[in-house]
Design a protein around this ligand. Structure first.
Ligand code: SF4
Length: 509
């Protein structure tokens, strides 16, 4: 089985979903290889000549390609780090890819100026005309090479993000033309959201032999005609070794791991885990720590990324008891246990370097309406405790929910400003109304993006708190506050939370 991760998403760590699928396939006796297009496709772009030979900046980054793509093991200066990121972006954006449509590409994203991944007609066009895809010269060569070498009888393509959809379907269309005898299974979280959404998806069923949504391990094993024997241990095969920069685009080797599917809380009104009613399935915590130790010995990572929507409280307790022996980070809720300083000390001793924490609002009334299940006085105590023990915090806030108005947004600003010395990084976003959420029925909503596959809708805010006003508020009233501006300045661009833990030493000096 050949598993393909299409470009382009953050290429600082291998695709976790494919490593878990590979584990189940290997357990069932299947031989597997993985093509990680997010990294390989991007490295191919950076290896091309510049489209304008007289562009001196493009020539400079090409001369220094190897050095620019190889990060130091820690981020010691945020300014030097930002310069490197802008050089990497420049290398990709100035590449001479002849014959393809107009595109915008970064190490984390891909966007066509002509085709939209939110239109079924454009996705069908991409499937029918793979030769027009930006990554075509790379993927046609790479997939052919892999199929000749390994003689795979099945192919799985995983599309998790919108930025992968056009290229994923172009790859699918090319394989169908060149290798019609090889069956293809198409899955991934974006496919899951589309299948569960309101749009007819008949066109997709014509493109591959099987369209799968939901948990993928059992389905992919059965697709090969083998018997499912359990999830096995995630396997990264030779993903960490096959590339010419010694590593993924990261200061250190990041090993991603999923301990659960879904979220154990599953109540926040705006979250896809709630409105898609995704089931919550978790591995036994003792099994997770045992696998993490095994994977750590095998791959020697600098950092473990726990990719769950929310690391369960039971797993955090188990990580404290049985730490993996290497730095780790992930998403957590503000857990009451963290109000105890001793508990946080134990968490730090387990080598938890950073927690990503969804605060969303600094107004308790808004939090109650969003069903976050957190109290601001507890949040305040936890942020202070985590700072005290040296665990970095990546705090997520969101303006413009139907429950918020300008007064509550100002409360959020005040809360962040008052806690600025305890917050390491910030993610600031504007609320998008998910097409399937319950809130959609309570407000006056309309199409947001052009496209029959849109997963968000625009809406008239019940209190007139429009997107334009929110943008202005963020620029003028929020970012301009010195203490908040400082946090935003040190928050890594492009790779954001994936690279933030590598600022650990710099911020704990
Ligand atoms: S805790 Fe996080 S993942 Fe869980 S429902 Fe709330 S926002 Fe979603």
């Amino acid at each position: 089985m050949l598993l393909i991760h299409p470009p382009q998403v953050r290429n600082c760590e291998p695709p976790v979903a494919l490593a878990h699928l590979a584990g189940a396939l290997i357990e069932a006796g299947e031989s597997v290889s993985i093509i990680d297009g997010a990294l390989e496709g991007f490295l191919w772009l950076t290896s091309l000549e510049a489209k304008d030979p007289s562009d001196r900046q493009a020539a400079r980054v090409r001369r220094n390609r190897k050095r620019i793509l190889k990060f130091e093991t820690e981020i010691y200066s945020i300014d030097r780090y930002k310069k490197r990121i802008s050089d990497i972006k420049l290398m990709a954006s100035t590449a001479d890819v002849s014959g393809s449509d107009q595109n915008r590409v970064t190490p984390a994203d891909f966007d066509s100026e002509i085709l939209s991944p939110l239109k079924s007609a454009d996705l069908t066009h991409s499937w029918n005309h793979p030769e027009k895809n930006y990554f075509f010269p790379w993927f046609s060569h790479r997939i052919r090479e892999e199929l000749i070498d390994k003689k795979h009888k099945h192919i799985g393509i995983s599309i998790a993000y919108i930025s992968q959809a056009l290229t994923g379907l172009a790859m699918c269309g090319w394989i169908k033309k060149e290798y019609p005898q090889i069956p293809i299974i198409l899955g991934g979280s974006l496919i899951n959201s589309w299948i569960k959404g309101p749009s007819p998806m008949d066109f997709l069923h014509l493109m591959a032999d099987e369209i799968h949504h939901g948990e993928g391990e059992k389905a992919i094993v059965e697709f090969t005609g083998r018997e499912y024997k359990g999830p096995g241990t995630p396997d990264f095969l030779n993903l960490f070794d096959r590339i010419d920069t010694d590593n993924y685009l990261s200061p250190g080797r990041i090993l991603p791991y999923s301990a659960a599917l879904g979220c154990s809380w599953r109540r926040c009104t705006f979250c896809s885990e709630t409105y898609e009613q995704n089931p919550y399935c978790e591995k036994k915590p003792f099994l997770v720590t045992a696998q993490l130790k095994k994977l750590t010995e095998k791959y020697n990572p600098a950092l473990i990324h726990l990719c769950d929507s929310e690391i369960s409280p039971e797993l955090i307790d188990e990580l404290i008891e049985n730490p993996p022996g290497v730095d780790w980070y992930g998403f957590s809720r503000f857990l009451r246990a963290m109000t105890d300083l001793d508990y946080c000390r134990k968490l730090a001793a387990s080598r938890c370097t950073m927690l990503c924490l969804g605060l969303e609002s600094g107004d308790q009334e808004v939090l109650n309406k969003l069903k976050k299940g957190i109290k601001l006085e507890i949040v305040s105590k936890i942020l202070k405790n985590l700072r005290e023990v040296g665990i970095l915090t990546y705090v997520y806030i969101m303006f413009g929910t139907p429950a918020e108005n300008k007064t509550s947004a100002l409360k959020t600003k005040d809360f962040i400003e008052e806690h600025s010395e305890f917050i390491s990084f910030l993610n600031v976003s504007i609320f998008n109304m998910p097409i399937g959420s319950h809130e959609n029925e309570l407000v006056d909503s309309m199409e947001f993006y052009e496209g029959d596959l849109a997963i968000y809708r625009n809406f008239n805010h019940p209190e007139g708190w429009s997107r334009g006003m929110i943008r202005q508020f963020i620029e003028k009233d929020f970012r301009k506050i010195d203490a908040i501006g400082e946090i935003l300045k040190r928050t890594p661009p492009i790779f954001t939370s994936s690279h933030a833990p590598f600022l650990f030493k710099l911020l704990n000096k």
